[in-house]
Design a protein around this ligand. Structure first.
Ligand SMILES: Cc1cc2nc3c(=O)[nH]c(=O)nc-3n(C[C@H](O)[C@H](O)[C@H](O)COP(=O)(O)OP(=O)(O)OC[C@H]3O[C@@H](n4cnc5c(N)ncnc54)[C@H](O)[C@@H]3O)c2cc1C
Length: 371
C-alpha cells in the first residue's frame, strides 16, 4: 500500500487533514473539490485539546495557533446573565492552550497551504460522477470529462456526501433536529478571553477568534424548519436576542448586515453500518455529522484523517485498513453525536435538562484518550 494513489473527494476540513496526514506517510494524493472558488463562510469554530494534539501531529500547530485564539476556560452563564461557572479545560500538550477559537477562513488557509506544500494535487470545481471499482483499483469519471484510476478513494464530502449516496444508497440521510444556529462576527470585546456560553432555550455563545475578532452564535428552536430569506436576516437574528441579558442585547444592536448573518438549521447523521464499500471509504461529516453542542464535529473529522492514514500505512489491503479505521473511530464518534444531540434535545425541552458543565467534562474525558 506504500505508494498507493489516493483520491480524496472534498477539500474541506477532513479532506485537507487527510491529504496532509497521507502525504506525511508517502501516499500520492489528489483532491477534487466541488466549489470552484474553494471558499468557506467567514464565522468561526471552537476546537479543543484533542485538535491541538492532532494539529501537532499534522505539523501545523504553530501556524494554526498563530491564526487563532487560544484559551483555557469556558464560562457558563444562566439565561439571566449570571455567571455560574468558569470551568477549566484540560490541556493535552503542556505549554499550549486547551481550546482554540479560529475563523473558518483562517483554518482553511492553514490547512490548504499545508496540503499544497505537502504535495497534494488539488482540482477545483470538479466532482466525481461515476466509480468503477474492479477490486484492484477504482476508475473514476469526473464532471469535467476527465477520468483517472486510483488505488482507493476517500469521500470527505461532508454532510450531503454524494460519495455516500453513490456507494451506500441505503444509508441514513441527514435529519433536522429542530434547532438552528445564527452566527455573526464582531470586534472582540477586550475582556473576552475564553468561550462565554449563556444557557437557555435560546443559547448564546461568544467565542474569541483573534485579537481583533470574535463571533456570536445563537441557537434557537425552529419548529418546522422555516426558511429565512437573506434579506431581513440581521433583523431576524436581533429579534431572537430580544430576551437576552443586557450585555448581549447591546451587542445585538450591532447585527446590521444581512449578508454577514450565517444561518444554519442543525442536522445529524450517524452510519451504524459500513463506512466503506470495496476500495472507497467515507470520513468526517459524511459518516457522522454532529450538532455543534460540544464543538467536536471538525475535531472528529481531523482525528479520522490521522487514524485512517495510520491504518492505511499499516495494512496490506484497503479493506483491512477501512475496517480497522471504523473499529477505532466508531464509539468515539457515536458518543459525540449522541451527547451533542442530547444537549440539543434538552434545550428543546424534549428530555430533562442536561448539565452542560458535566457534559463538557465528559466530552474532555473521552476526547483526551489516545485516538
Ligand atoms: C452551525 C455549525 C457549527 C459548527 N461548529 C463547530 C465547532 O465549533 N467545532 C467543531 O469542531 N465543529 C463544528 N461544526 C462541525 C464542522 O463544521 C464539521 O464537522 C466539519 O466541517 C466536517 O468536516 P468535513 O471535511 O467532513 O466536511 P466539510 O468541512 O463540510 O467539507 C466538505 C467539503 O467537500 C466539498 N464537497 C461537497 N460535495 C462534494 C462533491 N460531490 N465533490 C467534491 N467536493 C465536494 C465541500 O465543498 C467541502 O469543501 C459545526 C457545524 C455547524 C453546522
Amino acid at each position: 500500500m506504500e505508494k498507493a494513489r489516493i483520491l480524496i473527494i472534498g477539500g474541506g476540513i477532513g479532506g485537507l487533514t487527510s491529504a496532509i496526514a497521507l502525504r506525511r506517510r508517502g501516499f500520492q494524493v489528489e483532491i477534487v473539490e466541488k466549489d470552484p472558488t474553494w471558499s468557506v463562510y467567514g464565522v468561526g469554530i471552537i476546537q479543543q485539546s484533542n485538535v491541538v494534539r492532532a494539529m501537532a501531529e499534522l505539523d501545523v500547530l504553530d501556524s494554526y495557533l498563530h491564526a487563532g485564539f487560544g484559551f483555557d476556560h469556558v464560562e457558563i452563564f444562566m439565561a439571566n446573565g449570571k455567571l455560574i461557572a468558569r470551568v477549566p479545560s484540560p490541556k493535552l500538550i503542556e505549554g499550549y492552550p486547551a481550546n482554540v477559537g479560529i475563523s473558518r477562513l483562517a483554518l482553511h488557509k492553514v490547512l490548504g497551504d499545508k496540503a499544497v506544500e505537502a504535495g497534494a494535487q488539488i482540482r477545483l470545481g470538479v466532482v466525481a460522477t461515476e466509480f468503477d471499482d474492479d477490486g484492484a483499483g477504482v476508475d473514476v469519471r469526473f464532471s469535467d470529462g476527465s477520468q483517472g484510476r486510483y488505488d482507493l478513494v476517500i469521500g470527505a464530502d461532508g454532510v450531503y456526501s454524494s460519495t455516500r449516496a453513490m456507494i451506500l444508497p441505503d444509508a441514513a440521510t441527514p435529519e433536522f433536529v429542530g434547532q438552528s444556529v445564527w452566527r455573526y462576527n464582531f470586534q472582540r470585546l477586550p475582556d473576552l478571553d475564553c468561550l462565554r456560553a449563556t444557557e437557555g432555550s435560546v443559547g448564546v455563545g461568544l467565542v474569541p477568534l483573534a485579537d481583533d475578532l470574535m463571533y456570536m452564535y445563537v441557537t434557537t428552536p425552529e419548529p418546522g424548519n422555516p426558511r429565512y430569506p437573506r434579506k431581513g436576516r440581521a433583523a431576524a437574528m436581533r429579534a431572537k436576542l430580544a430576551d437576552a441579558p443586557p450585555a448581549l442585547r447591546e451587542l445585538a444592536a450591532q447585527i446590521t448586515e444581512d449578508d454577514e448573518v450565517v444561518y444554519k438549521p442543525l442536522e445529524w447523521i450517524f452510519l451504524e453500518g459500513d463506512w466503506h464499500k470495496g476500495r472507497i471509504a467515507l470520513i468526517g461529516d459524511a459518516v457522522h455529522t454532529t450538532t455543534p453542542h460540544l464543538g467536536q464535529g471538525a475535531g472528529m473529522a481531523i482525528e479520522d484523517s490521522l487514524v485512517l492514514a495510520e491504518e492505511l500505512a499499516r495494512a496490506d489491503t484497503p479493506q483491512e485498513a477501512f475496517r480497522a479505521f471504523r473499529a477505532r473511530r466508531f464509539e468515539r464518534c457515536r458518543f459525540i453525536v449522541e451527547q451533542s444531540k442530547a444537549i440539543c434535545e434538552s434545550q428543546l425541552g424534549r428530555r430533562p435538562p442536561v448539565d452542560q458543565a458535566k457534559a463538557v467534562r465528559g466530552m474532555f474525558e473521552v476526547t483526551s484518550q489516545p485516538i
